[in-house]
Design a protein around this ligand. Sequence first.
Ligand SMILES: Cc1cc2nc3c(=O)[nH]c(=O)nc-3n(C[C@H](O)[C@H](O)[C@H](O)COP(=O)(O)O)c2cc1C
Length: 369
Amino acid sequence: MTPLPKLQQIPAEIACVADYEPFARERMTPSAWAYLVGGAADESTLADNLAAFRRIRLQNRVLEDLRGGHTRLDLCGLALDYPILLAPVAFQRLAHPEGELATALGASAMGAAMVVSTQASVSLEAIAQAAQAPLWFQLYIQPDRDFTRDLVRRAEAAGYRALVVTVDAPVNGLRNREQRSGFALPDGVEAVNLKGMRGLPPSIAQPGSSPLFGSPLLEHAPTWKDLEWLQSITHLPVLVKGVMNPSDASRAVERGVAGILVSNHGGRTLDGLPATLDVLPAIARAVQGRVPLLLDGGIRRGSDVFKALALGASAVMIGRPYVFGLAAAGATGVAHVLHLLRTELEVTMALTGCPTLDAIEASLILGSS
Ligand SMILES: Cc1cc2nc3c(=O)[nH]c(=O)nc-3n(C[C@H](O)[C@H](O)[C@H](O)COP(=O)(O)O)c2cc1C
């Protein structure tokens, strides 16, 4: 049995997610911090994810009957108490020595579902042993498809309840802040679940040749066919993560995906993409309720969760916010971040006259119908 991580104290004076940031920063190396908070290139998408939530205003409703209110929902076969999940974040041992084990414990304490990254720094089996809460596995389809199949089998055997295939990062974004910081994984932190995979043949850069096209990385980049292949080899529901274009959303629904995650990877892949909140209504129109829509990117308040739900999401995922909690206070910090956001969501619902998630609708966003 894997020993459970020790609980730590919550730093004083923390009233909201943003209050965690300085505590987290203090506990991480400058380059690990740059890896965590940075985005691609000029970070305009990263900034816009946050700004989009600030741009819109709520419409309240008074004197509604709030008795019997709750935030429960069913999502792809999971019965959840509230619509906030933990997004896949790689290498969490950069933030805290117990990494993903502490996150799993925090999620379990709060009954939140956790999506475990392919690039987790703890084995997917050990995380499953530590977790009481439901787990989904985030899959990067690897160039070695046999290895990918084995990874899927391992996730199934360990009890993961769905696969979230990330499709927006066939190559890493150019994360300049991270590059400038000289970030490299420290000894002892690695993508343990990918150990034993046949490496890519080294890309032989010929003088004058293209740096990326023709390289093994793009020759093996997953396509729609690989999505179908993945669906054919697993009995688990497959969700796609990283959809920003309504026509891609329609295509994914036509291929029978179990859900769509509207995401720009937290602004870490293609700088210049819009904020996720800004594309959500068009994607919701394309999907027409055929599958659940989730959104991530820029959620820092429970009222942000509310805004995403009002504009068409069934649930949201958070990335950096829980890692701030993890870095600052381990499992307790993760649980506390979830608690803060859940409480803020409930307060927002009460003050807008919404006893349940179903009551959250576009008319509660000023200027929307
Ligand atoms: C440090 C870091 C590592 C990440 N690693 C992964 C990953 O391994 N797989 C993945 O699909 N997304 C990854 N993401 C993206 C998150 O799942 C999520 O889309 C994003 O963090 C949401 O934005 P937010 O941080 O503003 O909440 C990562 C994000 C961060 C910040």
